[in-house]
Structure formats: C-alpha cells, structure tokens
Write a protein of this length. Structure first.
Length: 439
C-alpha cells in the first residue's frame, strides 16, 4: 500500500509541475536572467517557430534598449508535437493551431516576410519582399523544409487519397492522413510506414504513427486483416541502441514487420506501389496504406548564404555551429537554434527548451564583450507513444545516454500511462510556457 501511495504522490507532483511548465528555475541561465542588460544592439531572429518565439520572449525580459527584429511570414504558429495525435484521430486539426502574434512580446518588430538571403560579411538579412535588415547579432531559427519533391510521383495534394498519409506538413496534412489511415483501419490490407534517410524532426514520429495505427486496428478488431511493415533507410529502429532494441521487441510482440536499408524513392499512387532503394538495387512493395515522411533539409537561403557545414550533411544544409554553444563556427555573432542547427541531436521541441537558454546566455555575454558559460549537451526528449494511453518517455543526450528527468517515477523503457499523459496533456502546457520564455 505504501508503494502505491508514494507512486501516486510522486505522479501528482510530477503532473502539477509539468502542467505549469515547472522546471523553469532549473534551466540553464535561470539565475543570469535576473540581471537586465542595457544595450542598443540590433538583434535579428529569423523564424517565429518554437525556438525563435521562446528566445525573443527571453531576450525582451533580459535586454533593455535592444532593437529586436523577428522575421517570419507565417501567420499561424503550429504546435508540432500534436500532429501525431491529429494523424491518429485523437485530436482535431485546430488543436495544433494558434497565431504567431499572440505569443510575441511588446517591443519587438515583426517582419512578416520570408528571408531570401543572409550576408554574414556585411551583417544584413534580405527578404523576398525587398526589405533589408542590418544586424549586430543574428539567430537562425527558421526550422526546416520538407522535400516532398524528392519522392518521385508524390506531392502534398495527394495526402489523404489513394491510401497516402504524410503527417509532417501541418494540421491539414495530419487530418488528411487520418482520413487515409482510418480507411486502412476499417478495411485492413497492407500498411507501409517509412522514414527518410536525412536527419529529421522528432525521429520518434514515424514509430508513433506505426504503433498508433496498429492499436487502432486492434481496437477495431481488425488487426488480423492487416499487415504492417516499417521500412527504414538506417540499420536500426532508433538512434539510441537500447531504445532501438526495446522497439524491436515491441514490434515482435505486435507482429509488426520491419526492414532496414530501405529508402523510399518513388510511389505509383494509382497502382499503390512504392519503390525503395536497397543495397541490392530497387525493390517494389505494394500497399493499401503508406505513411510517407519526406527528406528534410535546411531552407535554401541557409545554403545559398554560405552558413551550412561544408563537410557534414552536405545534401541537407544544416547550419555550421558548435554543438555545445550553438554558435556559428565561422561567424561569432551568429547562432543557430532548433531544427536548422547542424548538431548531432536535437530536432525536437524538448531540445529547443534547453538550446534556447544557452543561446540567450552566449548572446547576452557577447553583447557585454564576454564569453557565455552555458552549454547544450544534446538533450532530446521523445514521449514515444506505443499505444493509445501508453508511452515511453525517452530522454537522451549526445552520447546516447538515457537521461530521465524523473528517475524512480518514470521508467524510460516501460509503457506507462503517466508517460502518455505527459505527451497528451502536460507537454502542451509546458510548450506554451516555453514560448512565453517561462520554461
């Protein structure tokens, strides 16, 4: 009885903290933020997604007199961790949608335009509408681009038709994905679940969708009429070996087949045939439902402006930055944060939560002519849904060490209700607090 009482007490405490965005006081840079810095520095932040919005809120609190410009054409702000829930019919499309401006503080100039170029030598950002903005310090947080065209025969307007799903593009794509997936759940057949060979945001997302549709089939009492194959270009199911093995075991328990070194290159939507590149040549697979995650790359202006790595991820264009400070390796007044950063881990909202205070610390220190002290260790969190109502809260760092935030309360490799609640309820509250600069 005492063990149950202790667990319930810990669970309540955890949920209360998570829902309030509670760990703010322990984040990197929390003490330093109490000190306001006087400055007239011109700071430009490209991108008003999770990273750019969280950073701008923190900088407005930290700096007095700075000229801060945020550049982004998007009217909508998307809560991207919720897309997997929409694509499984668990949340409506509008669950992930808010407006960009509702999260922005006073005293910031918003340029509602797309960036066409950055000139890091003269310290200027040009927009597609013809505006030029000069800066003293620049933060690159534009997110990434989905390269749908890299898959022959596929385009976004096909999502939801002919058994095609692709949840990454936004709420409309995720909702259309559920339309296609729900027909598969009702009718059965052969389901293919894919992931790209490139780096990608939230590498657990394709696994989540696979597990959720498997569970949907079981709840519809139709799993026996369906075959599921997960096809990955890599040689494992997850980048952290111990997690990969756990997923492999779960796949085995649930009769989910998988194959490695399979890269989706083309689809024939009319014939419902997918073509994969393998070490032995091309291979065709038929399907009744296919979930496509296209290759993901940095926005073109990053590559055109000479800000990408010259010898790493050359086909993807991620920003050439130090993995611990997020500072550009060649331009010391430029930082990258979020999906666009060329670091070994960290394309999740949870990563953003820990990257942003590091960038804040180093940027504010640079304004004062000093060096920052905070570092990012690659922390990434993935509430890996394994069925409706259960998830594994996977947290890890650059070295693939598991880094559980609540040891003794949440076992990272166990399918737990509390981990599901973290994803389904508490995560969004924490995310919103992060956007406000409060977590």
């Amino acid at each position: 009885m005492r063990m149950t009482e202790n667990f319930n007490t810990s669970r309540r405490a955890f949920l209360a903290m998570a829902a309030a965005g509670g760990a703010a006081a322990t984040l990197p840079g929390a003490e330093a933020r109490a000190q306001t810095v006087q400055t007239t520095a011109r700071i430009v932040i490209i991108g008003a997604g999770a990273a750019g919005t969280a950073l701008v809120n923190r900088l407005v609190d930290r700096l007095d007199g700075a000229q801060i410009t945020l550049i982004d054409p998007r009217v909508r702000h998307l809560y991207q961790p919720g897309l997997s829930l929409v694509a499984a019919g668990l949340k409506p499309a509008d669950y992930v949608v808010s407006t960009t401006t509702e999260w922005l503080p006073d005293g910031v100039t918003l340029v509602e335009d797309a960036v066409s170029a950055v000139d890091p030598e003269v310290q200027r950002v040009d927009t597609e509408g013809g505006e030029s903005v000069e800066y003293d310090f620049l933060v690159l947080a534009p997110g990434l681009m989905l390269d749908h065209e890299a898959i022959e025969g596929f385009s976004r307007d096909m999502i939801g038709t002919n058994g095609i799903g692709a949840l990454y593009g936004g709420p409309e794509d995720a909702a259309a994905t559920w339309e296609a997936a729900s027909r598969f759940v009702e009718e059965g057949g052969r389901g293919l679940f894919t992931r790209p060979e490139t780096e990608m945001k939230c590498a657990g997302a394709p696994l989540k969708h696979t597990f959720l549709i498997d569970d949907r089939l079981r709840r519809a009492d139709n799993r026996g009429a369906a075959e599921i194959l997960y096809a990955a270009p890599q040689t494992s199911l997850f980048g952290v070996p111990i997690v990969s093995e756990r997923v492999r075991m779960l796949f085995g328990d649930r009769d989910i087949d998988y194959s490695y070194q399979r890269t989706l290159r083309a689809i024939d939507a009319e014939r419902k045939i997918a073509t994969f590149e393998t070490p032995d040549g091309t291979e065709e697979q038929d399907y009744d439902y296919i979930h496509i995650i296209p290759p993901q790359r940095a926005p073109q202006f990053i590559r055109d402006s000479g800000l990408s790595w010259a010898d790493r991820w050359t086909d993807q264009g991620w920003v050439d930055c130090d993995q611990y400070t997020m500072r550009h390796n060649r331009y010391d007044n430029i930082w990258a944060v979020g999906d666009v950063a060329g670091v070994p881990k960290g394309k999740t909202a949870a990563s953003v939560k820990f990257q942003v205070p590091v960038v804040e610390d180093h940027l504010v220190a640079a304004i004062q002519g000093e060096d920052g002290t905070e570092t990012y260790d690659g922390y990434t969190s993935c509430p890996l849904i394994t069925r409706i109502g259960r998830a594994m809260l996977i947290e890890f760092d650059y070295n693939n060490n598991l880094t559980p935030s609540f040891p003794g309360v949440i076992a990272p490799l166990e399918e737990l209700w509390i981990s599901w609640l973290m994803k389904e309820v508490a995560l969004k509250a924490t995310y919103n607090a992060m956007l406000r600069g409060q977590a």
